[in-house]
Design a binder for this molecule. Structure first.
Ligand code: COI
Length: 361
């Protein structure tokens, strides 16, 4: 069946795959809902968007994204609260950030009105896929790719902007708690003047090889350091990182090498609201190593949309391994901050920061 809202052409899927899904056992990003959204950019403008059954898309093999990686994306989440309403968390931040990334990759910006209209229509269509309850969420993947055929290494004139929906639980297997990280001392994720601050697809591909080497040594993630000195701890690629030394929470300042994380900035605000002392400044590998040795390093955790707030249990640096102490639940900043943020996301508490966004029926 095909219908058209004012601006979106909707082709509904004849059957739903929902009954084949085990929602209690979801590997991150492996299951997709019945529908997806596509809007093409051609002749200098965005065309009428389409929502259609989830499935492969047709692209010319010379499409520039396949050769030059002209692609940007976002990660967002929607939640179903106890009253069955659907909420998003700070979607304005993702909407702005994908355009910041697009500009850096010489791609057209995607209009705000289309972004909200497309996403809300898709979420409502596949609303049965959004499950209530702790840890459940709908991961939303907005992305834009250069679809124009042609091998000249120049920006495309044709693009596709899409939304995919994927029901998720936790990002790391086992619900978090077992992430050990390696501090980078050889490879780099980004450099000053580069694209590290953008959610450019290539930023992720570039991490796969060093991360695979780290995984062979028993670490799940790398905490990247600045490319010139490998001294300042920057981010972990799929999450920003926080350190608790004594009772002070430390994290690196934003720069053109670091993703301006939405969970990161939310944590900074919630931590200040909790009266936690926060320092946003360069954090060196040496001070964290020293703090681990003298017992003042109490916690490390990662923060991101997919990972939420994920405790880090230990780190390795230049051949030495350090384990973090096991804190009692009520002494852990990670647990406190995760609860405050997920309670806001799931409409369980008052949203004093104005971060929740209701998907209107
Ligand atoms: C997110 O947290 O949404 C991310 O972008 C991480 C993703 C690459 C899994």
């Amino acid at each position: 069946m095909s219908t058209t809202t004012q601006n979106i052409k909707i082709e509904k899927s004849g059957t739903s795959k929902i009954d084949q899904v085990d929602f209690s056992n979801l590997a991150f990003g492996s299951i997709f809902t019945d529908h997806m959204y596509i809007c093409d950019f051609k002749n200098g403008e965005w065309q009428t968007p389409v929502i259609k059954p989830y499935g492969p898309i047709l692209m010319d093999p010379s499409a520039k994204v396949l050769h030059y990686g002209q692609a940007v994306f976002e990660g967002m989440k929607a939640y179903k609260a106890d009253d069955d309403k659907i909420w998003m968390f700070r979607p304005d931040e993702n909407q702005k950030r994908i355009n910041i990334s697009a500009v850096r990759l010489q791609m057209p910006e995607f209009p705000k009105e289309l972004f909200y209209e497309g996403l809300e229509t898709l979420l409502k269509l596949d609303r049965d896929w959004i499950k209530k309850g702790e840890g459940n969420a709908m991961y939303i993947r907005p992305f834009m790719i250069a679809s124009e055929p042609g091998m000249s290494a120049s920006p495309a004139t044709e693009y596709k902007f899409m939304f995919l929906l994927s029901p998720v639980q936790s990002y790391f297997k086992g619900g978090g708690g077992d992430v050990k990280v390696l501090f980078a001392d050889k490879y780099s994720r980004s450099a000053s003047g580069g694209v590290g601050f953008a959610k450019a697809a290539g930023n992720y591909a570039g991490q796969f090889f060093p991360t695979a080497l780290a995984q062979e040594q028993g670490y799940q993630q790398i905490v990247w350091t600045d490319a010139s000195t490998h001294t300042n701890l920057e981010e972990a690629g799929v999450m920003n990182v926080f350190f608790r030394v004594g009772d002070t929470l430390l994290t690196a300042p934003n720069s053109d090498r670091i993703l301006d994380g939405i969970t990161r900035k939310s944590i900074l605000e919630v931590a200040k609201d909790e009266g936690i002392k926060v320092e946003v400044r360069n954090v060196t590998v040496y001070e964290i190593e020293e703090a681990a040795k003298n017992g003042t390093l109490k916690e490390m955790f990662g923060a991101g949309t997919a990972a939420v707030v994920n405790p880090i249990t230990g780190f390795g640096f230049k051949g030495n391994d350090y384990e973090l102490p096991k804190l009692k639940t009520d002494d852990s900043y990670a647990i406190l901050l995760r609860k405050r943020i997920t309670d806001i996301q799931n409409n369980k508490v008052e949203d004093k920061f104005g971060w929740r966004y209701l998907v209107k029926e």
